[in-house]
Design a protein around this ligand. Structure first.
Ligand SMILES: Cc1ncc(COP(=O)(O)O)c(C=O)c1O
Length: 381
């Protein structure tokens, strides 16, 4: 298996065995440099260089790179500080009414559903959560909950806790059949799993930077179709919400005619610039190539875990991703994780399972090392 990135791109990846991208990804070194350079310039020069023109135009590189990632148009991308922030603005903008419902799952990452719950507590709309069975969500169960009163189906493309990948084409068809919107949280997939909005009609996608996109905390983006964006008034607004932000006209808001209407304030702008660098890098490597590479790593890991008689709790069929969860019968996962950490192998615990999440900077050696370290302790605990 040939590596697809060089050590120079992720210099720390050889200092330890990092199998924890579903928690926080390693940052591309060029993204880190971009962020640090921006902070240094601001600290040293105030707004001499980062002037009003630069501030107004600051998101254009992220609009372009994120659009390329999703095969969308740059005008359909909004930048923000976090996936949760952008989704909250969208949820208030859509504001499902009392007779409408929102469909999601009961194991989704809380931030994917909490914004809808908050809106529902004001509007009395109904939240319908598909119950997991044996830790998995059946797509048919999601489809069965959608009816003509469904306003939104909001799911995470990949479930953070078990790595299950949803078929967005299937859910898009099911939602649109009832005139409901499909809104996708791609924080656990974008950068690792291809998403093409021209092939798969999705109404909105939110995505944070700091996992599979190898970017920082403090930046995110949202894709919204022009048809939906045109109908909506953002839930969060500020001076940047005005079409000509530097008019600073407190008497009215005229929103931009694009997804930019969801950009409303200042933020740690360097983070958006850094994120754009990392997305450009991933676009160049090719998300299709990353997907294949990660799947090979995941499949090798699955085989090795099976040979240790681990109970694998992530999917083994085509809905698998490179988030692999497993536990060992009668063994405390916490003890195994602690042992791994002491040997410079980093993973997370989710539920009772150990969560491994390799990405493009990992190699077979990382997988071998993690499994060998588990081997060395498993009979002793
Ligand atoms: C699916 C999913 N969505 C959102 C988030 C959090 O995103 P943010 O911190 O950008 O709000 C996470 C973090 O783990 C996640 O797994």
């Amino acid at each position: 298996m040939k590596n697809i990135v060089s050590n120079k791109d992720f210099p720390s990846s050889k200092n330890f065995t990092y199998l924890n991208t579903a928690n926080v990804g390693l940052m591309l070194n060029k993204a880190e440099k971009e962020i640090n350079d921006w902070v240094k310039d601001l600290a040293t020069n105030g707004s001499n260089n980062f002037n009003e023109i630069a501030e107004e135009d600051v998101f254009s590189s992220l609009h372009n790179s994120a659009a390329k990632l999703l095969n969308a148009s740059p005008s359909d991308i909004a930048a923000g500080s976090s996936a949760t922030e952008l989704l909250s603005s969208l949820a208030w903008a859509i504001m499902p009414s009392k007779d409408q419902n929102i469909v999601s799952t009961n194991i989704v990452f809380p931030s994917t559903v909490y914004p809808w719950m908050r809106v529902a507590s004001s509007t009395e709309s109904e939240i319908r959560l598909v119950k997991e069975k044996n830790n998995f969500i059946s797509s048919q169960d999601i489809i069965d909950l959608i009816d003509n009163n469904t306003s939104v189906v909001c799911i995470s493309h990949v479930e953070y806790s078990n790595g299950q990948v949803f078929d967005l084409g299937l859910l898009s068809k099911a939602a649109h059949k009832h005139n409901a919107l499909l809104i996708v949280d791609a924080t656990q997939s974008a950068g690792a799993i291809p998403i093409d909005v021209k092939q798969t009609p999705i109404d909105a996608i939110v995505c944070g930077a700091y996992k599979w996109l190898c970017g920082p905390f403090g930046a995110a983006f949202m894709y919204v179709t022009p048809e939906l964006s045109e109908k909506l008034e953002p839930g969060l607004v500020g001076f940047r919400s005005h079409k000509k932000m530097w008019e600073l006209d407190a008497s009215r808001i005229v929103y931009p005619d694009s997804a930019k209407k969801f950009e409303f304030s200042t933020m740690a702008f360097g983070c958006a610039l850094g994120l754009s660098k990392s997305i450009n890098f991933l676009n160049k490597v090719g998300v299709n190539n990353i997907f294949k590479y990660n799947r090979e790593l995941a499949d090798i890991l699955i085989d090795k875990l099976r040979s240790q008689s681990a109970c694998i709790t992530s999917p083994l069929d085509n809905s698998r991703s490179s988030i692999i969860t497993a536990y060992y019968k009668d063994k405390d996962s916490n003890k195994i994780i602690e042992h791994l950490k002491n040997r410079n192998v980093y993973v997370s615990k989710r539920g009772k399972a150990i969560r491994f999440s390799p990405h493009l900077y990992n190699t077979i050696d990382d997988i071998d090392n993690a499994v060998e370290q588990i081997d060395s302790i498993i009979t002793k605990i």
